[in-house]
Write a protein that binds this ligand. Structure first.
Ligand SMILES: C[S@@+](CC[C@H](N)C(=O)[O-])C[C@H]1O[C@@H](n2cnc3c(N)ncnc32)[C@H](O)[C@@H]1O
Length: 427
């Protein structure tokens, strides 16, 4: 554990290791997190944790596993928050009810501040229910009543203002003209923002869109940061994804810390800060603990290497490996959501398999086995990641494509490390 906090740093690593190692007690003003399990595509992600097989239907069991995984992380976040600090936990209907109970335990029931509903419009799904069009953000203070909060105003639309004027003039008729005029002027500045936020999801044409499947809108993070921190204070995101929190923090002159397990996510964040805000890596911010060389990756334990490779591609690692025929991960493409018209379970069935081998030359037998796995799972496209491929393997990939219509994409570790192939570029 170090005594002094370093800010404007992206740490590549598991937050459960990074937080105790680098973040001192009571050093952070605001924490926002948006962990996996807040959408179908993240459903199975408990990186490298418990090995047991879990049935999709077993929701309750899943939630408990999820909470067991989250609990020590929530405790760490509680530890690093200043006494005046605030914590925002972004989730949705899958887990919000369980998470709230857990947060009440760690932060205290009285430290709950708000349940914010982020309401948005997206492609409708399922005709037997009301459309699910909101996420939940649970807002807690470290200590009840001691947290910093700067109230935000929501400007009124012309229509609302007119209605208000109408209402006020009726009141005016009863209560006297002076009071009415004052109230209408106050109202025109805006009203105190409530806990239901209408913010559009990032559309496919949006400038801020990076193609990272779970990217949150900048406007959402800007609200949280403006309400719960001051300039120069420290904002932490321990599940940072493509770095929305970091961009919003830097834009509003806050100091920041980002943590993500995925080297790809960390790279996307660094590029984002550079491209969108002109910040220079090594000058304005640091990117730490990235696996940088093929040698480091060769030395990784096999399970971690598989996770690294699957995540680098934007996929979700499988928890259970079933002998040689098991695949190592699944890729759910962002665009699949648009195709999706069915229910949650149906979404889970739309994926491409990913096979990973921590070897220098994938041979033809490895490709044969992957073909068998693809056929078994009824997949026509799949990704194979390794340090290299033999000529035989490449020939077999071509043959399988022409003869059987199987599209196997070979990807080398070098291609991933040089960012030629990351999640954002796969189509
Ligand atoms: C839902 S995404 C966050 C998206 C983010 N809010 C944005 O706008 O880009 C969750 C992220 O948590 C990361 N993650 C999952 N487990 C982690 C862990 N144990 N430590 C650090 N990061 C983790 C994943 O790699 C993923 O990028």
């Amino acid at each position: 554990m170090i005594d002094t906090l370093q800010t404007n740093v992206i740490y590549c690593g598991d937050n459960l290791e990074v937080l105790p190692k680098y973040i001192p007690d009571e050093s952070v003003d605001l924490v926002y997190i948006d962990p996996p399990f807040n959408s179908s595509r993240n459903y199975e992600v408990f990186w490298g944790e418990a090995q047991e097989r879990r049935a999709f239907e077993d929701r309750f069991g899943d939630a408990m596993t999820y909470l067991d995984w989250m609990r020590p992380r929530i405790r760490e976040i509680h530890r690093v928050l200043k006494p005046t600090g605030s914590f925002y936990y972004h989730c949705d209907w899958h887990a919000s009810h369980y998470v709230k109970v857990e947060l009440d335990r760690v932060f205290g029931f009285d430290s709950f501040v708000n349940e914010i509903v982020w309401h948005y419009k997206r492609w409708p799904a399922g005709r037997h229910q009301f459309q699910r069009m909101h996420d939940v953000i649970l807002f807690y203070s470290k200590n009840r009543g001691q947290h910093f909060f700067s109230p935000l105003l929501e400007s009124l639309t012309e229509g609302t203002l007119k209605r208000w004027r109408g209402m006020k003039s009726r009141v005016d008729y009863k209560d006297g003209i002076r009071q009415v005029t004052k109230m209408t002027q106050e109202a025109s500045k805006g009203t105190l923002m409530d806990d239901v936020w209408d913010i559009p999801v990032i559309n496919s044409q949006a400038k801020e869109r990076l193609g990272y499947p779970t990217q949150k809108p900048l406007a959402l993070l800007e609200r949280i940061i403006s309400a719960s921190s001051n300039e120069d204070e420290v904002v932490l995101d321990a599940f940072c994804g493509c770095g929305t929190t970091l961009e919003a923090s830097a834009k509003h002159k806050r100091r920041w810390i980002g943590i993500d397990f995925s080297p790809t996510a960390c790279r996307v964040m660094a590029d984002r800060l550079e491209k969108r805000l002109g910040l220079k890596e090594g000058v304005d911010f640091e990117l730490r603990d990235m696996p940088k060389t093929p040698e480091q990756l060769r030395r990784m334990p096999p399970f971690e290497f598989q996770n690294w490779a699957v995540v680098a591609l934007g996929g979700i690692p499988n928890k259970v490996k079933v002998g040689d025929y098991g695949i190592d991960g699944r890729l759910y493409l962002a665009d699949m959501e648009k195709e999706h018209r069915g229910d949650f379970m149906e979404t889970l069935d739309r994926w491409y398999p990913i096979q990973v081998k921590q070897i220098d030359r994938v041979g033809r037998p490895d490709i044969d086995k992957f073909e068998t796995a693809m056929r078994r799972d009824k997949r026509l496209k799949g990704y194979f990641i390794a340090f290299g491929f033999s000529q035989d393997a490449i020939r077999e990939i071509k043959r399988a494509n022409t003869a059987d219509g199987l599209d196997i994409v070979p990807i080398t570790v070098d291609e991933i490390l040089t960012h030629e192939r990351v999640a954002t570029s796969i189509s």
